[in-house]
Design a protein around this ligand. Structure first.
Ligand code: MV4
Length: 494
């Protein structure tokens, strides 16, 4: 069994990983940047070491420094979290060469899945349905034109080195193709250092559904059902849930079995996700995310499986702690990402000092966070400061509970996207479960609904700021919000 883990990450996911370590009797080590000296994960860790200056390149992305730190402190494994070095095959290989266990798939699998063209090819070989498109790299315009004609317009050109939407270009007709190819190749080269691009059929309003997978070093692989992640803005997911309102238990069993088989086919070790577009009742493979994901807690809430503990077990050479037939989906879970951003200023990042921070609680509520009262959020990194996850017996109960928890959440000193989440929880199409990847763009009323909610709360805040004692004020904000919420509910039902 692993004895000491260096967590090569920051914020809420670093805390999340260390919590699993503590429950398992594994020592945890924080490796932090100068901007994160006061961060919660540094205080939570059993030991903490400074990596370097604030910019990620000088600290969280500095492979040599991270590995040196791990060796210095006597860690036997490195957990990379998500983002930063999590899917970097060079980093995984460096760990392998230095005798440090990388908590994740092998560098070989990371390489295979990191290149989207080879990932598509592997999945086709494994019998997974993929979006119709090319299996090879597209280089010149006349080749692209022939391929696109065969696929049928509209098509989408994607960088092979990417993922997450960067550089993707939708092409409506032949006339736009040559320019789109050039621009995607240019972005691919500058962002990923690889000019390779490929072409897929463009699906206009798909749902984004992904399967959670676990594979161990003995060749076992299982799935933990799906998550629906259609509520996103500018390729940033905002709300995720499990199960998906669109997936029946028959579809789950069928697609889950295909995904788990594909994981066994490539020799997948660790936790991972297979992303699909879901359109007209059919699944189309998009890409593999070879890491633990931000939204993993919704799966934990409905399955009872601690995904990070499974990662640490797998990395220790132990078999999965459960078999496919032991996996049950119980109830409904939903996650809202809480971002330090200004919803009235195009959701621009809004770092700063938390004058008060009081997360919600109660039945079915989980908060995974990386901040505390009086902490100053640094401007250098992702604006996500916490995740609010709730569980209910069915979807409607979950939505009501999420709304209740959002109203209990007190954050003073910075702007957050909580008002936006409140507006979504009231949205009739959202409540019906009519989700798709363009939901936020199409629901133009959401921003006005949010502004109306903010106006409602304004007079209360003014009154409350007269109360000088901070603790009293926080309690009062929570109480008054709850009362107005109850009144609004009464109005709606009467
Ligand atoms: C697509 C698609 C439609 N058809 N692929 C965006 C994130 C990345 N993981 C995959 N993405 C998409 N891939 C096919 N074949 C629609 C999206 C997509 C999208 C694409 C371009 C611009 C904005 C988008 C918003 C949501 C989904």
């Amino acid at each position: 069994m692993i004895k000491k883990v260096l967590v090569a990450n920051r914020g809420e996911i670093a805390v999340r990983v260390m919590r699993a370590c503590r429950e398992m009797g594994i020592a945890s080590v924080a490796a932090y940047s100068e901007a994160d000296k006061e961060a919660l994960f540094v205080k939570y860790a059993d030991e903490a070491y400074l990596l370097g200056p604030a910019p990620a390149r000088a600290s969280y992305l500095n492979i040599e420094k991270v590995i040196d730190t791990a060796k210095q402190c006597g860690a036997d494994a490195i957990h990379p979290g998500y983002g930063f070095l999590a899917e970097n095959p060079k980093f995984a290989r460096a760990c392998e060469e230095q005798g440090l266990k990388f908590v994740g798939p092998s560098s070989r699998v990371l390489e295979l899945m990191g290149d989207k063209i080879t990932a598509r090819r592997e999945m086709i070989k494994a019998g997974v349905p993929v979006v119709p498109g090319t299996q090879e790299c597209v280089t010149d315009p006349s080749q692209a034109s022939d391929l696109a004609k065969g696929i049928g317009y509209p098509v989408i050109i994607k960088p092979s080195g990417g993922g997450g939407g960067i550089g993707m270009t939708i092409v409506a007709s032949e006339g736009e193709l040559a320019n789109a190819l050039k621009s995607t190749q240019a972005i691919a080269t500058t962002t990923f250092g690889l000019c390779d691009v490929y072409i897929e059929k463009y699906l206009p309003h798909p749902r984004h559904i992904e399967f959670q997978l676990l594979g161990d070093s003995k060749g076992n692989a299982i799935h933990l059902g799906e998550r629906e992640c259609s509520i996103q803005r500018r390729h940033q997911k905002l709300i995720e849930e499990s199960p998906s309102p669109a997936v029946t238990s028959e579809m789950r069993a069928e697609m889950g079995a295909i995904a788990a088989k594909a994981a066994r086919f490539v020799g997948y070790e660790g936790a991972g996700t297979m992303e699909f577009l879901f359109s007209d009742g059919k699944f189309y493979f998009l890409e593999v995310n070879a890491r633990v994901q931000v939204e993993h807690p919704v799966t934990e809430m409905v399955t009872g499986v601690d995904i990070v503990k499974e990662q640490l077990r797998i990395a220790s050479g132990l078999p999965l702690s459960l078999k496919q037939e032991d996996v049950r989906i119980n109830g409904w879970a939903m996650e809202c990402r809480i971002n330090a951003e200004d919803p009235l200023n195009e959701f621009a990042p809004c770092p700063g000092k938390l004058k008060a921070y009081q997360p919600p609680g109660g039945t079915g509520v989980r908060v995974d966070g990386g901040v505390y009262t009086s902490y100053t959020i640094p401007p250098y990194y992702d604006p996500m400061i916490a995740k609010l996850i709730v569980w209910g017996r069915e979807r409607n109960e979950t939505i009501r509970r999420m709304e209740r928890a959002l109203y209990e959440y007190v954050i003073v000193g910075i702007q957050t996207n909580i008002p936006f989440h409140k507006a979504v929880m009231k949205n009739p199409r959202f409540v019906k479960g009519e989700l798709e990847t363009h939901f936020i763009d199409r629901e133009t009323a959401l921003l006005d609904d949010m502004k109306a909610l903010l106006e409602q709360e304004k007079p209360l805040e003014k009154k409350l700021s007269l109360v000088s004692d901070d603790k009293k004020r926080i309690a009062a904000i929570a109480a008054v919000s709850a009362v107005t919420q109850a009144l609004a509910g009464k109005r709606a039902t009467s």
